[in-house]
Design a protein around this ligand. Structure first.
Ligand code: PHE
Length: 337
């Protein structure tokens, strides 16, 4: 009888282990553990056997019963899990596209500008957005009565500090702490009290370049701007310089790029309005007064500086006609880039 129990248990375990579904499993439970099962029969007979045989048989049948019970439970769980997985995955459905973010158009352009200037040997400098009047105006040779200082143009904090109105502040900070030669670009957010419309915003981004060394000339400035223009808007881009005034550069210029959209051939061009030129920003040779403010010897060193609005370039590049779109974070706009 002992042998029979062992055989029976072994057979039950193999069969249960490969039961194809819960229905078959239930059949096996009845067959192996049910009231009419062989195991039950054996167990009911134990009482009438000679005393010496009882303990061994009792133990063997108890163990078998438990083993079969556990095998049934394990198989039940396995079948259930398999059923859940197969009902959750419909292999005929099209795949779900993973949600991938993309960079903000200004961020993309910023990275591109950084790469262009790094390629010309400039390194990246940063400065604070909350500035003092000294770095934003005084050190940049901006007289106390200059209109840019006006409450109408500048956001002043209650402690007398201000939100920087341009990234030229970073030139001063870099020159204060580094002796020449200096070759940096700084990028970042600036603030002006402009009323918001399609081409003005109170928060915008600038990139500023500064190159100071012995014998830096206006030709170097022109070459640098030209390389940037070609890399940004295409090989055929030309640059035009017009006389201008900035307190911190002398001489000062504004520079334009030839229109990359119509090349000047379309009088209805939205980007250049038919003039063939797009106004980009300001530049010039660093004013000796600025060198004095940071302790550079203006007899030994010369330098150029230039700045431009990043939104402006992005608008020209993509034909965007409203600067507000950059700050609204409307996904329908952003997904286009
Ligand atoms: N800081 C000037 C502006 O915001 C731009 C500029 C930078 C001009 C450097 C000359 C040299 O308009």
């Amino acid at each position: 009888m002992l042998e029979e129990i062992e055989e029976l248990c072994e057979r039950a375990l193999t069969e249960i282990g490969s039961a194809p579904d819960s229905e078959a499993l239930e059949g096996m439970r009845v067959r192996y553990l049910g009231r009419k099962s062989r195991l039950r029969e054996i167990m009911s007979q134990i009482g009438s056997l000679p005393t010496a045989q009882r303990p061994a048989l009792g133990q063997a049948s108890g163990t078998a019963q438990k083993a079969i019970q556990q095998a049934l439970e394990r198989r039940q769980v396995a079948l259930q899990e398999a059923a859940e997985v197969s009902s959750a995955i419909d292999v005929t459905l099209p795949g779900r596209r993973p949600l991938a973010g993309n960079l903000h158009p200004l961020m993309r352009l910023t990275e591109e500008l950084v790469a262009i200037f790094q390629g010309m040997g400039f390194s990246i400098a940063e400065g604070p957005e909350i500035e003092d009047e000294y770095h934003n105006f005084d050190a940049l040779n901006t007289p106390a009565d200059h209109p840019a200082r006006d409450l109408h143009d500048t956001f002043y904090l209650t402690d007398g500090r201000l939100l920087r109105t341009h990234t030229s502040t970073v030139q001063i900070r870099v020159m204060e702490t580094n002796p020449p030669p200096v070759r940096i670009v700084s990028l970042g957010r600036c603030y002006r009290k402009d009323s918001v419309d399609a081409t003005h915003h109170f928060a915008f981004h600038q990139i500023e370049g500064l190159y100071v060394d012995k014998k830096v000339s206006f030709a170097d400035l022109k070459g640098t701007i030209e390389v940037m223009g070609r890399q940004l808007l295409g090989e055929r881009t030309r640059v035009r310089f017009r006389p201008h005034f900035f307190p911190f550069t002398e001489p000062s210029v504004e520079y334009d790029f030839s229109c990359s959209i119509c090349g000047g051939s379309n009088s209805a061009c939205r980007v250049c309005k038919g003039t063939g030129w797009i106004e980009i920003a300001g530049a010039g040779m660093v004013d000796p007064a600025v060198f004095e403010a940071v302790g550079y010897d203006s007899e030994r060193h010369t330098g150029f500086a230039f700045g431009m609005g990043i939104e402006r370039v992005a608008m020209i590049r993509h034909g965007i006609d409203d600067i507000r779109l950059f700050l609204e974070n409307d996904l329908r706009f952003m997904r286009q880039f």
